[in-house]
Design a protein around this ligand. Structure first.
Ligand code: HPA
Length: 275
């Protein structure tokens, strides 16, 4: 039996829970302030090993508001990493997905915790389906913008937040200066956990989407609310349903992530080194 998650109490203030989580991280790591936070999705995990030196690893469920990951291929730890440039990174290997059904507060808790821990840059990565036929499994893509099809928001009440430059043009330019061949695309977040139908993929394409996934848009909104600068990157693990002719499978997604991991982790490390 796990202790109840404080975020499951509807009267809890999610920002207070995030502040409590940040305190536990500061106490456990002895690091008062983290500068950069990274959420590492499918295929990106190894980046944690190559961006710098891990000084502390915390089991996510020991931090208020976090829970164990629901899925194989997702790790359940928070890591404090000393970067070669003297900055500190907090790596979140424990993403809560919207499709888990725990509510959007739980989904964005890691982002709010990162902000409370001091981070001003939020790097959000994921494994996702590609709509553009020029992409193949293993292609990393910068997220230029998103379309949120979850019909939900992490913002509560009349909280109006501008999303014009949500995926920072400055950080995308920096990524391009390191890897000029990186494509950019519009990420379309579906609820999942089913993959999209071919018709839904065609709809996503018609409304301007290039990438389909189940995670990042809600997190990016919360990061912007917290005043963070956001860099989003998708690893194309498969072409989206109906674009590729074979059925999609979670195994295929994990395998594509494994195969691409060394290359995209090294790329991310080079970007982080310049932040
Ligand atoms: N659709 C949605 N999410 C995904 C996909 C996809 O095709 N591949 C990996 N995550």
């Amino acid at each position: 039996m796990h202790a109840a998650n404080p975020l499951d109490d509807p009267t809890a203030d999610p920002f207070q829970v995030a502040a409590a989580a940040a305190s536990v991280i500061a106490e456990t790591t002895g690091v008062e302030r983290h500068d950069i936070a990274l959420t590492l999705g499918s295929g990106w995990g190894r980046a944690a090993d190559v961006i710098g030196e891990t000084t502390h690893t915390i089991a996510a469920h020991e931090v208020p508001g976090f829970s164990k990951p629901a899925l194989e291929g997702h790790v359940g730890t928070l890591r404090s990493i000393a970067l070669p440039n003297g900055k500190r990174a907090l790596v979140i290997g424990a993403r809560t997905h919207y499709y888990e059904g725990h509510g959007v507060r739980r989904v964005v808790h890691s982002v709010r915790t990162a902000a409370a821990a001091g981070a001003t840059t939020m790097i959000l990565t994921n494994g996702a389906g590609g709509i553009r036929e020029s992409w193949t499994a293993g292609t990393p893509v910068l997220i230029r913008d998103h379309i949120n099809l979850t019909a939900d928001s992490p913002l509560e009440g009349a909280t109006f937040v501008d999303l014009t430059d949500l995926y920072s043009a400055r950080l995308r330019a920096l990524a391009h200066s390191i890897e000029p061949s990186l494509d950019e695309g519009v990420y379309v977040q579906f609820r999942g956990p089913h993959y999209e139908t071919p018709a839904e993929v065609q709809m996503a394409k018609a409304i301007g989407g290039d990438i389909v996934g189940m995670s990042t848009a809600l997190e990016a909104i919360a990061a912007r609310q917290a005043g963070m600068e956001v860099l989003g990157m998708s690893l194309i693990t498969n072409l989206a349903a109906g674009i590729q002719q074979t059925p999609l499978s979670h195994e295929e997604v994990i395998e594509a992530g494994r195969a691409a991991e060394p290359v995209i982790s090294a790329l991310l490390a080079r970007i982080v080194a310049e932040l």
